[in-house]
Design a protein around this ligand. Structure first.
Ligand code: GUN
Length: 173
């Protein structure tokens, strides 16, 4: 009988499939592969857990670099059409491409206030949220301290990665 699991992907093939799951940060996938935890690459939750653990155990500087790799929500890069495919899809899925002028200006004010307070952009897993829920969460999270917000951002980024991995699995099924 054939093995039920696909054979282990080589590093190049693994990065081709999963290198972009963490926004502009392929080192997360590479490190997970090098630790040998990625054999069950057909299971999105297993992959999300092992790549997520790499990020959780990374230095604070590396964590902040991954947070900073994210574009602002409804920000200038989004307006200019300069986002990654995943980011474009996620922001549109939450209706962020349909903000009124007032909502758009509110996002710009909040993005700036958040960046001024924490030194990195506001990141939230937007799946299942509309722009009103996102704006509400945005104002709430501005009240947190920096360590809590860094921790929250990392958890949200792992949640985004989990969702992206499920999308990849569904698309290749
Ligand atoms: N949540 C899901 N996608 C994104 C994104 O592109 N940027 C930010 N800041 N949060 C997100």
């Amino acid at each position: 009988l054939e093995a039920a699991r696909p054979s282990r992907l080589g590093l190049d093939a693994f990065l081709e499939h999963y290198g972009d799951v963490f926004e502009h940060s392929p080192w997360v996938a590479e490190s997970a592969w090098k630790q040998g935890f990625t054999d069950q690459h057909d299971d999105p939750d297993v992959l999300a857990d092992c790549m997520g653990n790499v990020l959780k155990r990374a230095d604070i500087d590396q964590q902040i670099a991954v947070i900073r790799a994210h574009p602002d929500l409804a920000g200038k890069a989004a307006l200019a059409g300069e986002l990654t495919q995943d980011s474009t899809r996620e922001q549109a899925g939450a209706g962020l491409d349909q903000c009124s002028t007032e909502e758009f200006e509110r996002f710009q004010r909040l993005n700036q206030a958040y960046q001024d307070t924490f030194g990195f952009p506001f990141v939230i897993a937007v799946k299942g949220l509309d722009r009103h829920a996102i704006l509400y969460a945005f104002e709430k999270r501005l009240e947190n301290d920096a360590a809590t917000e860094r921790q929250t951002a990392i958890e949200q980024i792992i949640q985004i990665a989990r969702f992206r991995l499920h999308m990849r699995a569904a698309e290749s099924a």
